[in-house]
Structure formats: structure tokens, C-alpha cells
Design a protein around this ligand. Sequence first.
Ligand SMILES: Nc1ncnc2c1ncn2[C@@H]1O[C@H](COP(=O)(O)OP(=O)(O)O)[C@@H](O)[C@H]1O
Ligand SMILES: [Mg+2]
Length: 251
Amino acid sequence: MLPSMRVIVFASQKGGSGKTTLAGHLAVQAEACGAGPVAVFDMDPQGSLAKWWNVRAAETPVFIHSEFANLAQNLEQVREKNFSLAVIDTPPAVTRAIAEVVDFADLVVLPTRPSPHDLRAVGATVDIVEAKNKPMIFVVNAATARARITSEAAVALSQHGTVAPVNIHHRVDFAASMIDGRTVMEASPNGRSAKEISALWEYLDLRLAKLDRAILTSSDGTFGAANGAAASGMARHAPAFGRRAMTSNRA
Ligand SMILES: Nc1ncnc2c1ncn2[C@@H]1O[C@H](COP(=O)(O)OP(=O)(O)O)[C@@H](O)[C@H]1O
Ligand SMILES: [Mg+2]
């Protein structure tokens, strides 16, 4: 049976690499492409994605209030409510809690800026993802057009795993569009940034479809572990849907 809901976790130890930016953009893009309904989770105590969502006018994607201790049951609840995709943003850290979030992932996306500091920092995140035996994709984010370091970064990352064939360039509209809760696709639908997000989602969607097929054919069910874990009998509390994103999980 195909997994009823796919879970993408955005993770990287490095702050500022683009986790929150890409989580918000890809959640909106997935919904627009019919891969929804999409539920977004912000596990970062700083709450940047929650704050973005709070000023967002559109009703979708839906924001789910959660915290590390409740993530398993909250994911199970949205799965039961027939959400098709969960997008989880995480803090810039390497902790057991992040490793536990990665446990739920069908796919982990590691955004990385093409800078020596970011590249040196990927190892710790890669270690977590590999320890959990999860599929992962690097995304080169905030790239500068025609800069050699962008292709060098992709080559360096490819030593660790798969690199998305779509680079996200550094453009002001990625930051500016999120000020009022939107994305580049909503602020400037025909712009180059929107095209990049569209191409990146198309690629990730394909990867997820391939992973779905892998689950169907695998005998050990490794890639299906997240679904199995989430389905294994958890307390049933109603998830906190709605626009109160900044309060409950910021202890
Ligand atoms: N492709 C990009 N172009 C321009 N600014 C970006 C881009 N990606 C991220 N930013 C900006 O960089 C900062 C850090 O990005 P963010 O997504 O918050 O990173 P993280 O969640 O990994 O800490 C934010 O101010 C964001 O607006
Ligand atoms: Mg963030």
C-alpha cells in the first residue's frame, strides 16, 4: 500500500542555510501543484515559519501546532485527516530531538549555502540522517549566478549524497515575499525565483514518488519505517489547527 502521507523534513545544523525559506516555499508549491492538502510544522523554538504563517492571508497550507514530545501523535492525526504531505522545519542544531524528527521523514532536505562554512558544517547533519537511514537531498540555496563556488559546492556535496539538480539563487524576493506571509510564487508568479521553486518541487515530488515505489517493492521496509512508527498506536489528541502558531509550543 502506498503511504497515505509523505513527510519532508528540512534539516541542517547551520543557521541561515534556508530551511525555513524552502520549507514555506515548497509547502505552498506542493499545495498549488495538487500534492496537498499540506500540513506544515515548525519545530524551531524561534518560530520563524510559524510567524510567517501567522501573517499569511491564504488558508493553505495548514499550520499544525506541535512540539517535539507531541510530534508523533500530531503527525498521525494529520495522516488520519487525509493530509497528503507534511513539511517539517527544524532548528539549526544537532540534537537528539532533531534526530527524532528525522525519524519521521520520508525524505530529508538539507539546504546548504555555497560557502566554505556551510559546506564544512554539513557533516554533522549528514551523520544524523545516515544514522537513521533516511533518503536525503542537498539543495544549494542562495547561490550567486555564474559563481564558480556554486558548482564547486555541488561537487563537494555530491561526495556525501544526492544534490538536487536545481539551485536556488540568492534573490531579495525570497526574503521580501515572506514578510507578509507569501512566497515568491505569489509575489511574482512569472519570476525566476518562482520558476526555481517550481522546478525544485517537481524534482522532489519525483523523488518521493520513486521512494513510494521503493516501499512497494522493498522487503525490509526500511523507507517505510516512519509510517510504521507513526502508525504504531499513539494517544489521540485533536491536533491544534488554526492561527495560534506562536503560543503553545514556545516553552
Ligand atoms: N535564496 C535566497 N535568497 C535570498 N535570501 C535568502 C534565500 N534563502 C534564504 N534567504 C534569507 O536568508 C535568511 C536565512 O534563511 P532561513 O530560511 O531563515 O534559514 P534557516 O531556516 O536555515 O536558518 C533569511 O533572512 C532568508 O530570508
Ligand atoms: Mg529557520
